[in-house]
Every structure is written in structure tokens, then in C-alpha cells.
Design a protein around this ligand. Structure first.
Ligand SMILES: Cc1cc2nc3c(=O)[nH]c(=O)nc-3n(C[C@H](O)[C@H](O)[C@H](O)COP(=O)(O)OP(=O)(O)OC[C@H]3O[C@@H](n4cnc5c(N)ncnc54)[C@H](O)[C@@H]3O)c2cc1C
Length: 289
């Protein structure tokens, strides 16, 4: 398939990208790694007249720890996250999630910002970003604003980003203390996307009880969600097998719009969510030091 004709402009800075968005308005689309946008253009599901490439803006690609937070630039690739020493030490959930994403080519070109902005219901990053209670720093014509992960994913392929905005950075508090994290996924055998993906971020207090719990689930519903029932069943409790299993039973609480398609019904996805939440919780709990 061949996309409709378009103009291509490589922005040299975030400011230039914002001016180009303001100038071309609805005719324009941002291009990061192109691994979601270009397939959509080839299928003519998207037909932007102008592509503004932000993938070459060096200032948008970084992973750093700063003032008790981890900050990741939006055009940081999946591979950079997978191989980051900072993240492997301070937040192994993200490198682990990256290993589940597509194949080597996808991980080399695709970006975390592109994936989050695209908000595919089967994408892996949204689950991890919710589990970490991350914030999205968004730049627009009037300056910057911050959107919490829980408010960022609005619906299928829809986020809280406005058309004239650029997702600039993903940031979250550096996990501290006795932390245990895990990402588990059922891969779709054809696409590799998540039939179900569960990200867990736990911390334990000095007595070994659950101090905080973040659980994000992707693949089940039109958008990734926080499994609040699981989190509240964990908090304050010792993480024994019975508690973990009972908590996991809440993985699909409140999901009334589970995705049904040829490969997996909504009921099957909800069941998988419970099973994989239990496995992810067990793994995360065993990793909490
Ligand atoms: C074969 C294949 C297998 C894949 N498997 C998986 C998988 O297993 N799991 C998974 O999660 N993903 C998978 N993907 C998707 C992949 O992760 C993409 O890289 C990702 O979804 C989009 O990132 P991108 O940088 O390529 O964004 P693009 O395709 O460049 O952009 C996607 C959308 O986001 C917008 N956008 C991009 N960056 C920004 C920004 N900073 N601010 C605002 N808007 C922005 C664009 O305008 C566009 O609408 C797969 C893709 C392919 C082709």
C-alpha cells in the first residue's frame, strides 16, 4: 500500500515543531518513529498533508534521574529504554516492558512518546506508565502543562493531547525502598501486541507489608486502565500467596467494554487479566528486596 502524497519537514527544535503545528493545523501530523503512523498512512487510515518529523530533535531524547524523579524524553526509543543503565538500576519495570515490545526493528525506531500519544489499546507502555503513576509533560502554544497518566488515556486511540500539542517528557518519582516490579504479557501470535499486559509496581514497608501498589492493565479494554481493586486489596497487607491471588481476582473489576475480536473474546481477556495479574504480582513480590 502506498500513502497519499504529503510534505515532509524535519523540525530542528521543539519550538519549531510547535510553530509548524500552529501553521499547518489539522493538515499536519507529528512523526516520531513512524511505526504506528506510517502503517496507518499506507492503509490510508491517516492522510496528513504535512508530516512534522520530531524524531531528529536531539533535546527530546534522554533518560535522566533528577531531583528524585526519572525523566524520559518523548522521542527516546524503546531500545534506549531497554538498555538504559539508569532504568535497569532505578526502575527495571521499563526495560522489562521494552523487551516485550514488537521486534528489534520496532524497538530501534519506535518511541515511548509515539506509543503513548497513539494510545493503541494493545500497546505495552500505557500499562507501565499507569503502574508508575507517571506524569506527561506536554508543550503547546501557550506553554507547558502536566497530565497524569490516569487522565492521559481517554479512549481507543485517543489521549488528552490537543492537536497543537507535543508530548515532551514522561516523568515519575524514582521508586525507593523495597521495590518489586514486573511486566507480564500474553502476546498476540500474529502482531506481537498485547492480548493482555499487566504492569506491577510494589513497595514494601520495613515490616514487609505492602506500602504502595501500582497496577496498570492493557489489552483488555479500549484504553489501558489502573486496576484500583487490585491495588486496594494489596495495600497494608503482607504479600502472601492468598492475598496476591485474592487481589488479582479484581483485575477486571468495572470493565464493561472488554474488547472482543476473532482471537479473544472480552470474557477471555478479563480472565487472562486475572491470571496474569496474579503472576505479575507474585513475580513483583518475590523481587521486592
Ligand atoms: C510490526 C510492529 C509490531 C509492533 N509491536 C508492538 C508491541 O508488541 N507492543 C507495542 O506497544 N507496540 C508495538 N508496535 C508499535 C510501536 O511500538 C510504535 O513504535 C509505537 O506505537 C508508536 O511510536 P512511534 O514513535 O513509531 O510513533 P509514530 O508512528 O511516529 O506516531 C504515532 C502517533 O503519535 C503521534 N506522536 C508521535 N510522537 C508524538 C509526541 N511526542 N507528541 C504528540 N504526538 C506524537 C503521531 O502524530 C502519530 O499520530 C509495533 C509496531 C509494528 C510496526
Amino acid at each position: 500500500m502506498i500513502p497519499a502524497n504529503f510534505d515532509y519537514i524535519a523540525a530542528k527544535s521543539l519550538d519549531e515543531a510547535l510553530s509548524l503545528l500552529a501553521k499547518h493545523k489539522d493538515d499536519a501530523k507529528l512523526l516520531a518513529g513512524g511505526h504506528s503512523l506510517l502503517p496507518a498512512m499506507k492503509l490510508r487510515l491517516a492522510q496528513p498533508r504535512v508530516l512534522i518529523d520530531i524524531g531528529r530533535i536531539k533535546d527530546l531524547s534522554y533518560i535522566r534521574e533528577d531531583g528524585g524523579q526519572i525523566k524520559i524524553g518523548a522521542t527516546t526509543t524503546h531500545f534506549q529504554i531497554e538498555t538504559s543503565d539508569v532504568l535497569r538500576r532505578a526502575c527495571p519495570l521499563l526495560p522489562e516492558t521494552a523487551t516485550h515490545l514488537g521486534d528489534m526493528q520496532v524497538r530501534n525506531k519506535g518511541t515511548i512518546g509515539g506509543s503513548l500519544a497513539h494510545s493503541d489499546p494493545a500497546a505495552d507502555w500505557p500499562a507501565a506508565i499507569i503502574a508508575l503513576s507517571a506524569e506527561m509533560v506536554v508543550a503547546g502554544a501557550k506553554g507547558e502543562r502536566v497530565i497524569k497518566a490516569d487522565d492521559f488515556f481517554v479512549d481507543l486511540l485517543t489521549t488528552a493531547l490537543q492537536p497543537n500539542e507535543v508530548l515532551k517528557e514522561i516523568r515519575f518519582a524514582t521508586p525507593k525502598g523495597r521495590v518489586g516490579q514486573a511486566y507480564m504479557k500474553v502476546r498476540h501470535p500474529a502482531s506481537g501486541f498485547a492480548v493482555v499486559g499487566v504492569a506491577v509496581n510494589l513497595s514494601l514497608d520495613t515490616a514487609g507489608k505492602c506500602q504502595s501498589a501500582g497496577v496498570g492493565i492493557t489489552g483488555v479494554a479500549p484504553k489501558a486502565y489502573r486496576a484500583k481493586g487490585v491495588e486496594s486489596a494489596l495495600k497494608g497487607n503482607a504479600l502472601d500467596a492468598k492475598t496476591l491471588s485474592a487481589a488479582a481476582g479484581h483485575a477486571a473489576d468495572g470493565v464493561t467494554d472488554a474488547i472482543t475480536e476473532l482471537f479473544a473474546t472480552g470474557e477471555y481477556r478479563k480472565h487472562l487479566a486475572q491470571v496474569y495479574t496474579r503472576r505479575a504480582l507474585e513475580t513483583a513480590a518475590s523481587r521486592a528486596k
